[in-house]
Design a protein around this ligand. Structure first.
Ligand code: GLN
Length: 498
């Protein structure tokens, strides 16, 4: 049962073959069996999840009208507030904090009766590409426990691949939904910026952060997307327009007559041979399904990574100033006679990890007087150039595609001491955030050289998110008929797993 897709689980719930309490319990059992090895979760809300499941079972029994995913369990990235439930953002500084309110995403999940199993591990404040920056220890990739599950949302992606949850929530500032999806053989979508409310999403880089759905199939991602998306007056950057029809697009999966643009700059030197091979094969499948493949160029993407690593640290240095030992979580050095300043300093020294400190220092420097125009100002100009590259490319093509990441999952520890090597993971995902458009990653097979999953990225213009689902569903169907079974059915079975 836990190996079903979320939509299969939803049909079984609707037909009465299973109750939500049984389904939720089966996932809690799987978590108990494998999470010691995977470490996808930071907090498991057994009681809350079972209570939510019992409530939805009762509604169903009473004949209430329920949403499509009602009763299906989900894993929530620990960067989203959920009332009364620990929210750490993978940081010591928030240890013990229980938010007094629900994020809008959580409120929407509850409204749709989606059962929240618990909070998933992540790089501290979503800064990283491997989940090694979590203050609570790394998450392991279920394909190979010695490897990273991607980041920052490695916990959410690993929970899906280890069948601990059929759905998860991620957040993507520079790739943190798509890169973990790619390296775990799962599906992850970063919606258009403003498509899903950021209210209650603990801010890293506010102009880039976006929450989105993580799942094992394109249709499941679409169902979750519709459940969490929509205008929210509590988020001033939320778009006041109808949610794109992503479920209908995922169901149809039609690419006939669509123009698919291959971004020349995102598929060359530095991409692993096995990654490029799976990418080329996927293009052939899309062409066979009736799409026209064209090449597009985006010359300014070259500068995306450099500009991102000015903008994101600048915004984070400002956003993380609120963790001052006065309002939330940890407080260190609060002894008789200690000044507020020394308590703040000590708390931030102890509470933040190395990567977070590195970025606060970088961002504070980039925003300082005399340097602001040279660094932050220039980075913002590059951002405009990247958006213009996208606009031009979308005049030629309906969607753009690339490999999601240059390589498959690397070993835990391999890049831990080399921030630049770590940053390069996001070379193909960052342009999407810079322009505020949508991006999806879905599995396109495993690389010949290491047998590890490879991600295929689809990018669509602002509020045309449904196009990613049309292309994703078409490719997924072609790959499925080629393989005969979903990619995750070939994943090594973890000890204790059913
Ligand atoms: N890996 C990128 C970073 O470290 C992106 C993180 C994210 O999307 N949250 O900033």
């Amino acid at each position: 049962m836990i190996r079903n897709s979320a939509s299969e689980m939803a049909s079984k719930l609707a037909s009465g073959d299973v109750t939500s309490v049984q389904l939720t319990q089966a996932h809690l059992d799987q978590i108990a069996a494998v999470d010691k090895q995977v470490h996808a979760f930071l907090h498991i809300d057994t009681e809350g999840a079972l209570a939510q499941a019992a409530a939805v079972d009762l509604k169903r029994k009473n004949g209430d009208k329920l949403s499509p995913l009602a009763g299906v369990p989900l894993a929530l990235k620990d960067v989203m507030t959920q009332k009364g439930i620990p929210t750490t953002c993978g940081s010591k500084i928030l240890e013990g904090w229980r938010p007094p309110y629900d994020s809008t995403v959580v409120a929407n999940l509850k409204k749709n009766d989606i059962v929240i199993l618990g909070k998933t591990n992540m790089d501290e404040f979503a800064m990283g590409s491997s989940t090694e920056n979590s203050a609570y220890g790394p998450t392991h990739n279920p394909w190979d426990l010695s490897r990273i599950p991607g980041g920052s949302g490695g916990g959410s992606a690993a929970a899906l691949a280890a069948f601990e949850a059929p759905l998860a929530i991620g957040t993507d500032t520079g790739g943190s939904i798509r890169q973990p999806a790619a390296v775990t053989g799962t599906v992850g979508v970063k919606p258009t910026y403003g498509g899903v409310s950021r209210f209650g999403l603990v801010a890293f880089s506010s102009s880039l952060d976006q929450a989105g759905p993580c799942a094992r199939t394109v249709l499941d991602a679409a169902l979750l997307h519709e459940a969490i998306a929509g205008h929210d007056p509590k988020d001033s950057t939320s778009i006041n327009a109808p949610v794109p029809a992503v479920v209908a697009a995922a169901k149809a999966g039609n690419v006939k007559g669509m123009k698919i643009g291959v971004v020349k700059e995102l598929n060359g030197d530095g991409y692993q041979p096995g990654v490029r091979k799976r990418f080329e094969e996927s293009l052939e499948l899309l062409a066979a399904a009736g799409a026209e493949i064209v090449e597009v160029s985006a010359p300014n993407f070259e500068y995306a990574l450099a500009a991102y690593y000015l903008i994101a640290p600048s915004e984070c240095s400002s956003n993380l100033a609120r963790f001052d030992a006065m309002r939330y979580g940890l407080r260190v050095g609060d002894v008789e006679g200690a000044s507020a300043e020394s308590v703040m300093n000590l708390t931030r020294e102890v509470g933040f990890g190395r990567e977070v400190k590195r970025r606060i220092i970088l961002g504070t420097y980039a925003l300082s007087s005399g340097y602001y125009d040279a660094y932050y100002g220039s980075a913002q100009k590059v951002r405009t150039l990247i958006t213009q590259d996208f606009n031009k490319a979308f005049e030629i093509a309906d969607v753009l595609v690339s490999p999601t990441c240059p390589t498959t999952a690397f070993k835990i520890g391999e890049k831990a001491d080399d921030p630049l090597a770590m940053y390069l993971n996001d070379i193909a995902t960052i342009p999407v955030n810079m322009a505020g458009i949508g991006g999806m990653s879905l599995p396109s097979g495993v690389a010949d050289e290491d047998g590890l999953p490879v991600g295929f990225q689809i990018m669509a213009p602002v509020m045309k998110d449904e196009r990613m689902y049309s292309v994703g569903a078409s490719l997924e169907a072609s790959l499925l008929s080629k393989w005969g079974a979903p990619l995750l059915s070939t994943i090594p079975v973890l000890a204790g797993s059913k």
